[in-house]
Design a protein. Structure first.
Length: 66
């Protein structure tokens, strides 16, 4: 999802230009892709599903002074 800027994603047989805030593109597992930031950009990427067996442990509680 495009937060800001101008960002192009190249997929097999298709080029997708993200140019307005909120524009997004979705593709499936195993689809080759590449990208180019046509100007300074901020892009949010979500990978789903996650990698099987990957886990993040619980965060330690913060203590005063940290």
């Amino acid at each position: 999802m495009l937060i800001s800027g101008r960002f192009r994603v190249e997929l097999p047989g298709r080029s997708v230009l993200l140019e307005e805030q909120g524009d997004y593109v979705v593709w499936g597992v195993g689809v080759d892709h590449s990208w180019v930031a046509e100007e300074e950009s901020v892009v949010l990427t979500v990978r789903w599903p996650s990698v099987p067996g990957y886990a993040v442990g619980a965060a330690e509680p913060a203590t005063p002074g940290d």
